[in-house]
Design a protein around this ligand. Sequence first.
Ligand code: ADP
Ligand code: MG
Length: 254
Amino acid sequence: MSASVTLENISKRYGEVEVLRGIDLHIPAGQTVALIGPSGSGKSTLLRLLMTLERPDAGRVLIDGEPMWTQPRGGREAPATEAHLRKVRGKIGMVFQHFNLFPHMTALDNVAEAPRHVLGLGRAEAEARAAEYLGKVGLGDKLGQYPGNLSGGQKQRVGIARALAMRPEIMLFDEVTSALDPELVGGVLEILRELSASRTMTMIIVTHQMKFAERSSDRTLFFEAGRILEDGPSPEVFNAPSHARTRQFLDAVI
Ligand code: ADP
Ligand code: MG
C-alpha cells in the first residue's frame, strides 16, 4: 500500500535562515521522486518535515489527504495529538546516509527490533518478518552476522530492510549511498530500483547519483535555496531542463 504526499506552501526557517520558502508539491501514491540540488538547498529538511522530525513554520503537510499537524475534531481542525502523529509517522519510513545499526545486535535482531517493540509483534513473528526483508535486500545468508562483520553496502541494506520491515507506505532515502565505497554503491541502488519498480510504496530519494535519478525515478525535483526550481518527468529534467541553473548544476555534477 502507498500513500500520497502533499505540501501546501511549506516554509521553514532556522533563526535568520529561510531553509524552505513556500514549497507546493503533490506526489501521487506509488510515484518515485528524485530530489537533487546543491548542498544546503533544503533537501534533508524537507524529508525531516515529512518524518515529523521537524515542524513547518507555515503551510500544511498532508499524507493521503490527511493533515499531519492538525486533525478534525467536532467539525473543526484541532492540533494533532500524540496518537495522531504516531499514526501518521507509522506510514513513513526513512533511511539515512549513516546506517546507525545497533552494533551489539545481529542483522536479524536489528531488523526485528522495531516490529517487536513498536508494532508489538511476538518474537517469532518479528523475526520471520525480519528474515523476509533481509532476504529481499539480498542478505538472506547474513541473518546472524553483526554489523562489524558486514561491508558498508551490506550495512546499508540492513538499514533499508529495517525500514521496510515496518511496512511503510512512504519511504524517504537521504543520500543513502554517499558514505559507501564506490564499488558498493551499485548494489544499494539496484535495491532502490527494484523497490521503485514494484510500485508498492511512494518513494522520495535524495541523491547525487544523477544516472540513477534519470533512469530509475518517475520524476525529478531540482532544489535551489529552499525552492523547487525544476519539477518534471526525469528524462525531461535531465535532457531538456527549463532553467539555465538546472543545466548548469547538471553539467557540473555529471
Ligand atoms: P541539504 O540536505 O539540501 O544539503 P539541509 O536541509 O540539510 O540541506 O539544510 C538546509 C539549510 O538549513 C542549510 O543552510 C543548513 O545549514 C540549515 N540547517 C539545517 N538543519 C539545521 C538546524 N537544525 N539548525 C540550524 N540550521 C540548520
Ligand atoms: Mg542533506
